[in-house]
Design a protein around this ligand. Structure first.
Ligand SMILES: Nc1ncnc2c1ncn2[C@@H]1O[C@H](COP(=O)(O)OP(=O)(O)OP(=O)(O)O)[C@@H](O)[C@H]1O
Ligand SMILES: [Mg+2]
Length: 489
């Protein structure tokens, strides 16, 4: 095993010398710093496994140095040495992030025990963190992209590197799927390292330009190296063996997460398709009896009208309305399975947007909702299926109003696009969407509302697609949502 790297700091040259000899004899690799300033210089240049620091030093004492050291290496275990241990400075030191305290003069055995414990604890702390965060990623969502993002983020945190990138192999090419860190993109320079780890199927370290060391560990799913997790270090950090095995451990967890997420999404895809087929069939079967029901309700209303039974007429009308609503739902579901041909005609875009707002009016009254219309008056007519497009836009408006709750702002923007089409945006200051909702928002029957059907967004996108346009969503939890439509001329 590689020897552990100890940073030894004392402003007494004699003590430093004695300790260095002793630690070297114990099998450690020792780097000595005569005072805190030299120690900080060394910390800026490279990584250490553990630090042994004197308490009484000028101009920084051991506690202040611990704090400064953690700015370079957040999880470096620091052991503080002192000739005069008091409970107060022990408590203070631990509070400032020191790992432990050791009283001079110390017994060699005590020193070894404490150093080893610090080293072990560091591994445990890191491993615990890793497993915990990957576990969370797995639990929080089965969305592959999200899992990969979390893996990149957590790798960055846990390995204290500069950049972490997840590469995946598809069709023989290795491309980046998620990245985190300072200036995360572009990642071209890291592809070679990822390819090396994938080809060799072992954790690999590559020294590149400017002495940067890049670590890479393969993501092995079902025995196949499907990608690699790559961590790039800043040029002044020399990663330790520990860092590489840590990355390998993380990659193993990442591979499990990836596999689970893929399985979930495959299952979900299959289940949704099956659900869609069943729903369409059921909807179809409902169509005829619903037609009959509406007819009977209308007849009943007529008869009761002739008998001047106002209450009866009212009830019959209620039945009729409910049946109409069900009929609309059935139409939506069947249309989703087999969308009708578009009936295009010249449609005034402004008027269409106004109409949608008017239709949503009864959902606004009694709430503190401000509606902002930022619609370019020069927008002319476009060839659209007015009925379909109205349905799509109205759902977007209603979703925005639902998200807002009691008070907020709904903004409708429309302006001519460069290609002669129109850009429409519907924005709300509502609850926004979390990653899972964002990923599933177009799924048939995905809803977070107690009375939602989860059809609206799927229909909206299908309508926009069939018009040759695009629909994009920008949304963050707590920061509202913006849905953008691009409709081509
Ligand atoms: N503007 C928005 N802000 C926040 N969440 C939204 C927004 N639009 C959609 N969503 C989320 O996406 C889900 C799906 O929306 P969708 O319109 O497909 O169905 P729904 O509104 O729940 O039901 P319905 O079929 O009646 O429209 C919603 O339940 C909600 O969680
Ligand atoms: Mg909706």
């Amino acid at each position: 095993m590689k020897r552990r790297n100890v940073l030894l700091v004392d402003d007494d040259a004699h003590i430093l010398e004695v300790l260095e000899m002793r630690l070297t004899a114990l099998g450690f690799e020792v780097t000595s710093a005569l005072g805190p300033e030299e120690a900080l210089r060394l910390l800026a240049e490279r990584g250490f496994d553990v630090a042994l620091v004197d308490l009484r030093m000028e101009p920084l004492d051991g506690i202040a140095l611990t704090r400064a050291a953690h700015e370079h290496q957040a999880r470096l275990p620091v052991l503080i040495m002192t000739a005069h241990a008091t409970i107060e400075n022990a408590v203070l030191a631990i509070k400032e992030g020191a790992f432990d305290f050791i009283t001079k003069p110390f017994h060699p055995e005590e020193l070894t025990t404490k150093l080893n414990r610090a080293l072990l604890e560091r591994r445990w702390a890191r491993d615990r963190e890793l497993l915990h965060s990957i576990g969370e990623a797995l639990a929080s969502s089965g969305v592959v992209e999200h899992v990969l993002d979390v893996i990149a983020d957590r790798t960055l945190e846990a390995t204290e590197t500069e950049r972490a990138v997840v590469f995946l192999r598809a069709d023989g090419r290795v491309t980046a799927a998620a990245a985190a860190g300072a200036s995360a993109w572009p990642v071209d320079g890291l592809v070679a390292c990822a390819e090396a780890a994938i080809a060799g199927r072992v954790p690999t370290s590559v020294t590149g330009a400017q002495g940067r060391v890049t670590l890479s560990a393969p993501l092995v799913v079902d025995g196949v190296a499907e990608g690699a997790l790559v961590a790039e270090n800043p040029s002044y950090v020399v990663p330790t063996e520990d860092d590489l095995s840590l990355l390998a451990l993380f990659a193993a967890q990442a591979a499990v997460a990836l596999k689970t997420a893929r399985e979930q999404s495959r299952l979900r895809g299959g289940a949704l398709a099956a659900l869609g087929r069943v729903a369409t069939q059921v909807a179809h079967e409902l169509n005829n009896p619903l037609g009959g029901l509406r007819l009977y309700a209308d007849l009943l209303e007529n008869r009761l009208g002739k008998l001047a039974d106002a209450q009866g007429v009212d009830l019959a009308r209620k039945i009729s309305r409910a049946v109409t609503h069900l009929g609309d739902l059935v139409t939506d579901i069947t249309a989703y399975g087999r969308p009708a041909e578009l009936q295009r005609e010249p449609v005034a875009v402004n008027a269409l947007l106004e109409e949608c707002l008017a239709l949503a009016q009864d959902r606004i009254v009694g709430r503190e909702i401000r509606v902002v219309k930022d619609i370019d008056p020069s927008l002319g007519e476009m060839s659209l299926d007015a009925r379909e497009m109205r349905k799509a836009l109205l759902n977007l408006v209603l979703n925005g109003l639902d998200a807002i709750g009691e008070s907020g702002t709904l903004t409708i923007r429309a302006r001519p696009a460069d290609d002669g089409g129109v850009d429409v945006a519907i924005e709300d200051t509502g609850c926004g969407m979390d990653a899972e909702t964002r990923a599933r928002v177009f799924d048939l029957f995905f809803t977070t509302k107690p009375n939602g059907t989860g059809l609206g967004m799927g229909i909206a996108r299908s309508v926009v697609d069939r018009h040759g346009g695009r629909l994009d969503i920008e949304s963050e939890p707590g920061e509202g949502t913006r849905v953008r439509l691009r409709l081509p001329r």
